[in-house]
Design a protein around this ligand. Structure first.
Ligand code: NAD
Length: 395
């Protein structure tokens, strides 16, 4: 039996464990964060396994064979390693597992966000391991753990998910492997550089935060008043989202001339991506705003908020919609745009606003510190970006 190790103990890991078990894999879990390994073990034991409840009423139950916070217990022998983690946990997790990896192990990030390839290659090379990995453009499911270690609810499943692989020649085989494992269609795109630009989460999450909160940063709300996130997309927010998507399209168009074999068609405009990923979930596709507001997979989700001392709620700007999608998304695109000599005014305005909310300057002196921009990995000219792209395609 083939072995897969799932890294992480959050919502995505809760979906992956039963699915991989049901597909006939031996499933191990690497969960070093807090007491997650123990809680997962106890939950699965109590419940006779972990149950997924899908939006269409289907249920799948499955369990992990071994769950541990020690990589030596669960990484050796795994042919497939899945990182079901926010992007800020990719680096520490790759560092921890690298010494224990089998030589031919394939690593996947669900989702990759931006610049995963630069970081993964650097860490694996330093550890003396063969770099073989892939990244998904998005997580295939909107999912929330309902009882830890016992049950997870899938609110929506994407119609199709794009992926890129390193080396690129393996991307079709990886798409086939994942379709068998996760029971949904995967589509191989040309390169990680395209995947980094095609990461629509980096537009949607910070763009909606900006649209809904700009000028109202200090507002407080009763629980019921906390604005809906996707259903709250109004004209102002949709305009910002469109301008951000247009910026990314301009970067892709210039890269098509500066980087050999770069495929701009793999970088979908935001509206096209939403309609494709959520085919069947959207009641009114007539505008970008209506594609969000009438998307049933997005229904009910609200802006992240924290209780205040007087029992009201204030927007939580430390939540992932900025803390993950800015350094591991927008700032990476900013670094690429800088190398390509493309102005990105809409993305810049959101980054600047988010920097104030996060109290972190990613762009100080163009240092990009704390991000996965190519500059952090020693690429300071578009020719170096093109060379890294060529090397991935030719390996
Ligand atoms: P989650 O918060 O449920 O789980 C994250 C897990 O990552 C934690 O349980 C822990 O195991 C690990 N982790 C967190 N911080 C860590 C740290 N500092 N060091 C080491 N490990 C750490 O997240 P999730 O919902 O499973 O999301 C995983 C990824 O998928 C994220 O990038 C998220 O943005 C993305 N995503 C999630 C959804 C969804 O519906 N859940 C939808 C789209 C995209």
């Amino acid at each position: 039996m083939a072995t897969v190790t799932i890294c992480g103990g959050g919502n995505a890991a809760h979906v992956l464990i039963p699915l991989a078990h049901a597909a006939g894999w031996e499933v191990n879990v690497y969960a070093p964060y807090g007491d997650e390994a123990e809680r997962l073990r106890q939950g699965m034991a109590r419940n006779g396994g972990l149950r997924i409840r899908f939006e269409d009423g289907r249920e799948i139950v499955g369990r992990a064979h071994r769950t541990s916070g020690d990589p030596a217990q669960v990484i050796p022998g795994a042919g497939l390693i899945l990182l079901a983690l926010p992007a800020f946990a990719h680096g520490p997790t790759l560092e921890a597992i690298a010494p224990h990896l089998d030589d031919d192990a394939l690593i996947g990030a669900l989702p990759a966000r931006g610049g995963f390839d630069y970081q993964a290659e650097a860490i694996l090379r330093r550890a003396g391991k063969t770099a073989r990995f892939f990244g998904l453009q998005t997580l295939p499911w909107a999912c929330r753990t309902s009882r830890y270690g016992e049950e997870v609810t899938v609110l929506g499943t994407k119609a199709v998910v794009d992926l890129a692989a390193f080396p690129a020649s393996e991307s079709r085989a990886v798409a086939e492997l994942l379709t068998g494992l996760l029971q949904l269609p995967f589509h191989a795109i040309s390169s990680f550089l395209a995947l980094t630009l095609a990461n629509t989460g980096q537009i949607i999450h910070p763009g909606i935060m900006y649209g809904l909160c700009y000028g109202r940063e200090e507002a407080t709300y009763s629980r019921d008043e906390i604005p809906h996130f996707y259903q709250g997309v109004d004209g102002f927010t949709a305009e910002k989202l469109q301008a951000m998507s247009d910026d990314v399209q301009r970067v892709a168009a210039v890269l098509a001339t500066a980087v050999a074999e770069f495929e701009p068609a793999d970088v979908l405009p935001l509206y096209d991506w939403v309609c494709r990923a959520y085919a069947g979930d959207i009641a009114d596709e007539s505008t970008l705003a209506s594609a969000f507001v009438t998307n049933q997979a997005y229904a009910g989700l609200r802006v992240p908020a924290r209780p205040t001392e007087d029992g009201r709620y204030r927007v939580d700007f430390t939540a992932r919609y900025l803390a993950e999608d800015v350094p591991y998304g927008l700032v990476v695109v900013r670094g690429i745009a800088r190398l390509a000599g493309v102005a990105i005014p809409a993305l810049d305005s959101v980054i600047k606003w988010a920097e104030e909310r996060l109290n972190h300057r990613y762009l100080d002196g163009d240092s990009y510190a704390g991000s996965r921009a190519p500059q952090v990995f020693g690429m300071n000219k578009v020719a170096q970006l093109a060379e890294s792209h060529r090397a991935q395609l030719e390996r």
